[in-house]
Design a protein around this ligand. Structure first.
Ligand code: UD1
Ligand code: MG
Length: 452
């Protein structure tokens, strides 16, 4: 029996007050719609159909690689009208169709799977939850235990508004019946919209079984309608991630002050101080310590390395036992070996630094290959760009570059070379020798300072 997943994403999201379509707003660095697609990908659906409308071009382009099909709903005349548009695209009349909302991002795959099982191609299964404040939601109206209907808030009587059990916007239905029910919907209601929720009363009238399954948590069924709700859900999601990290043994100085926008994989005895942001795929080895206010994106940091506060690391790898920061910047292609020291106001881009190399103060290493135990002095830089092309700097083992040097690439410094401070080198420096390239110092004996 084939499973179809329909994700409703055509609505305008007026309350976001944004030019960006609502489902493209990001939660933990990933669009709301992408979160829903990720949950749905785990279900092995035969077809995934995204209903687009408002901002359809942008929405479709944003998730083009997902394998989902798109069905457009123009204009948007309600959730029932949305599903009507998907009817021709639904596969296998004997199967089940799961309806998800593009603005309910944290739905768990397990919950969706359980709902599909509750439907099992025969029953209309509704995902519900009890809320302390149910206003705005469709209420689950029961007769005894049996579900009779969903009544939208705007159409509900005072007695119905007192019901706290609400429809989450997520349901699983037998595909053939769903097609029949949605095509029979009318828009005779307070909003003059075609309500998908009206199919519940139709199912009851048909004698079909209607079941309600309770969601595991409020967080997984909360929708995003406003910036406030988006921020609230972000905090809940970040809290969940922080708790999972701490359960795995990671020591967070404050679980309320970490943001993970992607995946963070940690070894044992990792410590993370406050206000750190992790983006993309980040791996931290055993015993790694991350100081306060660091931003780390797409990076691997090996065992025992210490990242001091206010460092920015992106597309880089840091070897075991290395020290980085405070105020260091590692950019794409920075590859630090073991025991490397990168100090304050040092920028490293597309460069490898071998075991024990140090650049401790105010330096730039771009497109450089740096040997073992090199000491790169304060204020020294590689001049890697000639205005048109980038060139490489190669620094051998045990080289000592003094302070305030400019190495004009392409250039090679041989093993054991020493470069005198203040040198601007445009030619290679031989191994083992002192190379100095600066004006000779002179003092004028008869010189008199001008008088006022
Ligand atoms: C809907 C439910 C309500 C439920 C609530 C849960 C209906 C009639 N009501 O109300 O019972 O408690 O969700 O959050 O279904 N959409 C379209 N096309 C449209 C209208 C909406 O694709 O023409 C999409 C929206 O983009 C959104 C989803 O459907 O992703 C839900 O629409 P929304 O307007 O938020 O419905 P609610 O009024 O919240
Ligand atoms: Mg809504």
């Amino acid at each position: 029996m084939a499973l179809n997943v329909v994700i409703m994403a055509a609505g305008k999201g007026t309350r976001m007050k944004s030019a960006l379509p609502k489902v493209l707003h990001r939660l933990a660095g990933t669009s709301l719609l992408q979160h829903v697609l990720q949950a749905s990908a785990a279900l092995g659906a035969a077809r995934t159909i995204v209903i687009t409308g408002h901002g359809a071009d942008a929405v479709e382009a944003a998730v083009a690689g997902s394998g989902a099909r798109f069905v457009r709903q123009m204009p948007q005349r309600g959730t029932g009208h949305a599903v009507q548009q998907a009817v021709p695209a639904l596969d296998d009349a004997n199967g089940t169709t799961l309806i998800l909302n593009g603005d309910v991002p944290l739905i768990r795959a397990d919950t969706a799977r359980a709902l599909v099982q509750a439907c099992s191609g025969e029953k209309l299964a509704l995902l519900t939850i009890e809320l302390a404040d149910a206003s705005g939601y469709g209420r689950i109206v029961r007769d005894g235990d049996a579900v009779q209907a969903i009544v939208e808030h705007k159409d509900a009587s005072a007695a119905q508004r007192a019901i706290r059990e609400v429809y989450t916007g997520i349901m699983a239905a037998p595909t053939a019946s769903l097609k029949r029910w949605v095509m029979a919907l009318t828009n005779e209601n307070a909003q003059q919209e075609f309500y998908l929720t009206d199919i519940v009363a139709m199912a009851v009238a048909d004698g079909a079984a209607v079941v309600a399954a309770a969601a595991g948590s409020e967080t997984e069924v909360l929708g995003v309608n406003s910036p406030l709700q988006l921020a609230d859900l972000e905090r809940r999601f970040q809290r969940q991630q922080a708790e999972a990290l701490m359960e795995a043994g990671v020591r967070l100085a404050d679980p309320a002050r970490i943001d993970v926008r992607g995946s963070l994989v940690c070894g044992s005895d990792v410590e993370i101080d406050v206000n750190c942001v992790f983006e993309g795929a980040v791996e931290l080895g055993d015993g790694v310590r991350i100081g306060a206010n660091c931003v780390v994106r797409d990076a691997r940091i090996a065992a025992g390395a210490v990242i001091h506060p206010f460092s920015h690391i992106e597309g880089a790898s840091v070897g075991a036992g290395s020290l980085v920061g405070p105020y260091a910047r590692l950019r794409a292609g920075a590859v630090l070996g073991d025991q490397v020291h990168i100090g304050n106001f040092v920028e490293v881009k597309n460069s490898t630094l071998a075991h024990g190399a140090k650049a401790n103060h105010l330096a730039y290493l771009g497109d450089a290959t740096v040997g073992e135990r090199v000491n790169f002095g304060a204020g020294s830089i590689t001049a890697n760009y000639d205005g048109a092309n980038k060139h490489r700097t190669t620094i051998g083992n045990d080289v000592h570059v003094g302070s305030n040097c400019v190495l004009i690439a392409p250039i090679t410094l041989g093993d054991g070379a020493t470069i005198g401070g203040g040198s601007t080198l445009a030619k290679n420096a031989p191994a083992g020798q002192l190379t100095v390239a600066r004006a000779r110092q002179l003092s004028l004996t008869g010189w008199v300072r001008p008088k006022k």
